[in-house]
Design a protein around this ligand. Structure first.
Ligand code: ARG
Ligand code: ZN
Length: 891
């Protein structure tokens, strides 16, 4: 049944303190939960209803004496509690079975170590509780376990006591000085070792930072620790937010549903976002670790100190914290060009994952109105679009104004559980007179309305009066439950270029003087016009610079105008964007052409020339070149079409890649020669960019070799694969061989496996590379099936399941959308198989067919059939049921 935002009621009871005692045993863990409760005087008196799930209840005591209780579904209901406002003690004794917990929510065992995951509603799988984020309590936790098997016992806060017990057992007692909602509770118990680091904060307080891993992995924790130290320093420098704990711990586990979790003082991470060495992790891994360590650390203020009133407000903490981790990564990357590269990467994620979500059956506002299973709403909309909403606020009030707004937010709400309105209000109130403050109510439509707005721009130049009039119109397609949309408040940053590519000064009608070369217009109605004066010649507009709003921008550019922007725009984002628009335009022309006879020449001479120039330009950074020369993804191309033939998209994109490979052969060769040298490995943005560009060049050279180009490249690539001094170069070489389908790929894959057979994270790459390979005559699905039977494959480990199954179903459209429907059959079987083990992971896989209604026949019918087969199962989890029901809605 659905939960609605409008039904929110404050809790009828408060829990002030919790004392938890765990006797940890994988088969049967005993949990004693002593709470101090009181009635919330502001709410009418009512029974206490505690959430619980898969618990065995053995005792309930009120103020030390037995009491009556009943069960209502999974809730424990207590009706005869002491009257009046006085606090009283409630003691609940339960047991649970961590080793049977395959959902990885609540308390579970991974490789002999106990871990917890409580967000969003996992705490109720540990003990009966008011499992909602607006109930904040003070926790004291005692862990008892066998000392030899579980030498390390961790929970939130500070270690206050530890010692030995009889029968080889020991205990540790932790107290968290900060009140918190139960979703931030955590415990860890097992054989772990830690990298430790003492740091001094600006104010001179000492803190202990620790990164806990399995004994063999200590050598792979340096980068995570460096990232953590950088995060602590950054939050203090940029936002004045210091570390508020004596001790801050990160623990890595290889069984984890998501990326990581910000439990107070005891972050639990997927190993994927902790462990790195140059020999085993790629530049992307290094960058992701920095971003995720930052993200979880920044939650300490935006999430933990100020948390969410209810789960509809999830983006309050997630959108804001993603914005903060994006800014952190940009500040770490340093120069403006590297910042732009990070921005482009973030926008690529938004467009290829969030835009489709916003246009599909799971579309929901950044602040949803209802949900069935909250786990299904940890989405790119809540996270990435939520971050864009915060970024627009940042844009509208400026960097300093935003910092002031954050100050006010903490001054008002520290220690509280609040709403997205409270956040927006604080930013606006700290900036009276700003465009945000003046338009706060309409601006907040970004929180309430789903769907990606479209902005149409058209310009009119009057050569006589030297006036240029820009018209912007907006609209937003209907989304489920929201047929009609009000206008959004859309910041559009822009500049004007002349045809030589020089920036023109911007002077709006009514202004005395020109006012810079780049500025922001705020579109807040359905249609608005702006007139620029003293424009000496017909300009080329550079609109939505830096992607200043999460919208689809439609402009009737001529090819020549786009080439001008690609060659000259001072805004690196729009320079890249111009290239993408040209490539997309060519792709769409070819896809909608009557036949494939012209596929060998989809790219015209002028575009190829321009791209070659980018490759040769000594002023441009390697990372930026790599982005410009990478074609729009198949998913992004599909989003531009009303009716999708996935095979045609794949064929056209492959033809374009081949044309790029062959036509720019000399440039690729020169590029590779210039960037191949690795030297000592450093994961910084500049060196990573060089490796990325060398990798793309190698891919292109191998592809060319397979189609009549210089045949030495596969051999050279194999040599690089063997000699590489780091995982990035090694993996890129392997991927180039696999990508072009050369016979050398098979032995290289085999060698890679034997080198890394004991490193699970590298094996994940090995599976993912094969499952994500460009499809040749349907070869990928049989390979994926074969790999399912590989001794290293297990569907129970989420990382491994994602590396093989998701890489195929969710990330390889050309291979997945088979005309014979075998891909969809495989998908439906895996959804069901996973659902029995881990509904959360299954529901993610279930979303692979979100956009089935756009498919052309025969894909559309066979996709519907596959979805219907899943829907027909009576025993689906809520998670999968919600996704599938939405996919089939209005059918
Ligand atoms: N709060 C975590 C993060 O974004 C995500 C945890 C989500 N977990 C879940 N089971 N839904 O940092
Ligand atoms: Zn988060």
């Amino acid at each position: 049944t659905a939960i609605h935002r409008s039904d929110y009621q404050p809790p009828a009871w408060w829990i002030d303190t919790v004392e938890l005692t765990f006797d940890l045993d994988p088969a049967k863990t005993r949990v004693l939960n002593k709470m101090r409760l009181r009635r919330n005087p502001e709410v009418a008196a009512q029974a206490l209803r505690l959430d619980g799930e898969e618990l065995n209840l053995s005792r309930v005591l009120v103020n030390g004496a037995g009491t009556s209780f009943k069960m209502d579904g999974s809730q424990l209901v207590l009706e005869n509690l002491p009257e009046g406002p006085e606090p009283f003690d409630l003691e609940i004794f339960t047991t649970c079975a961590p080793d049977k917990n395959t959902q990885l929510m609540g308390l579970y065992v991974s490789q002999g170590t106990f871990f917890t995951q409580c967000e969003a509603e996992g705490f109720r799988r540990i003990t009966y509780f008011l499992d909602r984020p607006d109930v904040m309590a003070s926790y004291t936790v005692t862990l008892r376990a066998d000392k030899a098997s579980y030498p390390v016992l961790l929970s939130n806060g500070n270690l206050v006591e530890q010692g030995d017990l009889d029968a080889g057992r020991h205990f540790a007692k932790w107290h968290d000085p900060h009140k918190k909602p139960c979703y931030l509770f955590a415990l860890v118990a097992g054989k772990l070792v830690a990298r430790q680091q003492r740091i001094l904060s600006r104010s001179g307080t000492e803190h202990l930072l620790e990164v806990y891993v399995r004994p063999g992995d200590l050598g792979k924790t340096e980068h995570a620790m460096n990232s953590l130290m950088a995060s602590v320093a950054w939050d203090e420098a940029r936002f004045g937010l210091p570390l508020d704990l004596e001790r801050f711990m990160i623990v890595a586990t290889s069984d984890f549903n998501m990326g990581a979790m910000e439990n107070k003082g005891l972050n639990i991470f997927n190993t994927k976002y902790v462990l790195a060495s140059e020999a085993t992790a790629t530049d992307t891994d290094f960058a992701n670790i920095e971003a995720v360590v930052g993200h979880e650390y920044f939650h300490n203020w935006t999430g933990n100190r100020i948390t969410c009133r209810d789960w509809f407000q999830l983006s309050l903490k997630e959108g804001l914290t993603v914005f903060r981790d994006q800014e952190f990564s940009m500040d770490m990357a340093g120069n403006p060009s590297a910042r732009a590269v990070k921005r482009i990467e973030d926008v690529r994620v938004l467009r290829s994952a969030q835009f489709p979500e916003d246009a599909g059956p799971m579309a929901h506002p950044v602040r949803p109105d209802s949900y069935i299973e909250i786990n299904n709403f940890y989405t790119v909309t809540i996270y990435e679009k939520g971050a864009e909403v915060v970024r627009m606020m940042h844009h509208l009030v400026g960097r300093d104004g935003f910092a002031q707004g954050m100050k006010l937010y903490f001054a008002r709400h520290d220690g509280q559980a609040v709403t997205c309105d409270d956040f927006a209000q604080a930013i606006a109130d700290a900036n009276p007179g700003s465009a945000l403050a003046l338009q706060l109510e309409p601006f907040k439509r970004w929180y309430n309305q789903a769907g990606t707005p479209r902005v149409q721009a058209s310009g009119l130049y009057d050569a006589e009066t030297h006036r240029y009039t820009l018209t912007l119109r907006q609209s937003c397609p209907a989304t489920p439950g929201q047929p009609h949309k009000e206008p959004f408040v859309i910041p559009v940053e822009l500049g004007l270029l002349n045809h030589e590519g020089q920036a023109l000064a911007l002077q709006l009608e009514g202004e005395q003087t020109a006012n810079g070369n780049s500025r922001t217009l705020v579109l807040d109605g359905a249609e608005q016009q702006w007139t620029f004066i003293n424009v000496a010649q017909a300009p080329v507009p550079s609109l939505l610079r830096g992607f200043s709003a999460p919208v689809v921008l439609e402009v009737d550019y001529s090819d020549a105008e786009l080439l001008t922007l690609l060659a000259h725009d001072s805004d690196a984002f729009n320079r890249w964007e111009a290239g993408q628009r040209l490539l997309l335009r060519r792709a769409l022309q070819a896809i909608t052409a009557p036949d494939d006879s012209q596929d060998a020449s989809i790219l015209d001479e002028s575009l190829l020339q321009a791209l070659g120039q980018v490759l040769r330009d000594p002023q441009l950074d390697a990372a930026f070149k790599e982005l410009v020369l990478t074609l729009p993804s198949e998913t992004y191309i599909a989003e531009q079409l009303e009716v999708v033939n996935p095979q045609r998209i794949h064929a056209v994109r492959e033809a374009m890649r081949l044309q790029l490979a062959l036509a720019l052969h000399t440039d690729w060769q020169a590029t590779y020669e210039a960037h191949q040298a690795s030297g000592a490995y450093r994961p910084d943005a500049a060196s990573a960019g060089r490796r990325a560009l060398a990798g793309l060049a190698l891919t292109m050279l191998c592809l060319g070799a397979q189609h009549g180009g210089d045949s030495i490249w596969p051999g050279k690539t194999l040599q690089r694969f063997k000699d590489a001094g780091n995982m990035t170069d090694r993996f890129n070489a392997l991927a180039a061989l696999v990508g072009c389908g050369h016979a050398l790929a098979a032995p290289a894959l085999e060698r890679f496996h034997s080198w890394f057979k004991d490193d699970p994270l590298v094996l994940d790459k090995w599976f993912a590379l094969q499952a994500g390979a460009s499809d040749r005559a349907g070869h990928v699905l049989p390979l994926v099936k074969q790999l399912m039977a590989h001794p290293d494959f297990t569907i129970k480990n989420p990382n491994r399941a994602r590396s093989l199954i998701f890489s195929y179903c969710n990330a390889n459209p050309g291979a997945f959308h088979r005309a014979d429907a075998a891909g969809y059959v495989f998908w439906s079987e895996r959804v069901l198989e996973l659902d029995a083990i881990n509904p959360q992971v299954a529901a993610r896989l279930a979303r692979a067919l979100d956009r089935w209604k756009k498919l052309a026949e025969p894909w559309r019918s066979s996709a519907r059939e596959a979805i219907a087969r899943v829907a027909a199962r009576p025993d689906l989890s809520n998670d999968v049921r919600e996704v599938i029901t939405r996919a089939l809605a209005d059918e």
